[in-house]
Design a protein around this ligand. Sequence first.
Ligand code: PEP
Length: 246
Amino acid sequence: MRTPLIVGNWKMHGNRASNRALLDAVVRGMAGQEGVECAVCVPFPNLGEVAGQLAGNRLAWGAQNLSEHAQGAFTGEVSGSMLVEFGCRYVIVGHSERRQLYGETDKVAAAKFAAALAQGLTPILCLGETLEERDAGRTEEVVGRMLQAALDLNGMQSFEKVVVAYEPVWAIGTGRTATPEQVQEVHFFLREKLPASTRLLYGGSVKPGNAAGLFALPDVDGGLIGGASLVAADFIAIVRAAQRKG
Ligand code: PEP
């Protein structure tokens, strides 16, 4: 049985005061919600404050990136052990914005996945095709290749407790959600390559209005939520939609 999971990806938004207020509103809205696991992945400078705010709360937190290296002369990088010190449970790995804007390769994403596991963090490995790749009928080839790089380096067993997020690049922040049929097709493809316990999230313009339909799909275990996680009421509504699955 896979407990539904909803993860907010705040990206590089807000400031200390606004993010504190957002998290307070999320915590208030989450009171009494059962049957769904939730987390927020926040900017690095917010981690200390978030750890204090969420102490004793069942909402988990994490980061949006980490270094593939354990330590050393890597100016500007943040290691997995540093994230652990701030109480992180999750870390996003291989988000399409990292791949597209910062040149992260499949190999680097796989190494970051390994670095997260080495510290006891739960990686959320993001995979997804561009519109061009989808239109060329290459979706399975692309997501399969991204997944295989992490499987080759880390082994099948390492996927038993991790999270994989299918995030079609053309659906991220565009308001254009993949149809339930498109999502189920890719999730089924991924499911067949992974241990039964791997949680498979969908990400890409999930909103309160489309969440229930997506989460009802047999191979969708929840969502990775960008824009809608910045509005507490929307995030809570999405959590409620996942609750109906649990
Ligand atoms: C994301 O950034 O991972 C994401 C899914 O964003 P959005 O929900 O805004 O499409």
